[in-house]
Design a protein around this ligand. Sequence first.
Ligand code: HEC
Length: 144
Amino acid sequence: MTHVFRIRLAGALLLLGTATSAVLAGTGPAQQAIIANFAAQAKAADPTFSGFSAQRGEAFFHARHAGGKPDTPTCTTCHTTNLKAPGKTRAGKEIAPMAVSANPKRITDPAEVAKWFRRNCKDVVGRECTVSEKGDVLAYLASQ
Ligand code: HEC
């Protein structure tokens, strides 16, 4: 079982492209499996997909988006521009740091990742994020 899983994961990691694989160097198997799964989806949607980009993820995360709620124009409204520091919800509740290096629990539960992308993308961008936007953001968080 573990063996099969490892082979699948290795196959999926090949899809990531060298840029993303380098980014994953500091992460554990849980993060790698989640990001590999996004890469498989991206590849299925677009056969020319060549890997996620932490730089594109950084730009997306820090950009001001139109179309979402006026009081949350950017991901950094809650997560701040310093990913290694805690953020804050609108209600003032602390959010643990987003950088995997500062918070090893980040990107370890696929259900949490899906739930928060759904909610946060709707609030900030006014729609669901695309698979490539999500993968780029995860590559960015994993690289930090
Ligand atoms: C209104 C405040 C708020 C905004 C704006 C916001 N987030 Fe979040 N985000 C949260 C909260 C709260 C959590 C859940 C608590 C936690 O994971 O520590 C969370 C969790 C996440 C997670 C889950 C991480 C994991 O480890 O599973 C991701 C990914 C994420 N946010 C990405 C984004 C992105 C991308 C944006 C911009 C499009 C964004 N967030 C904007 C509040 C926000």
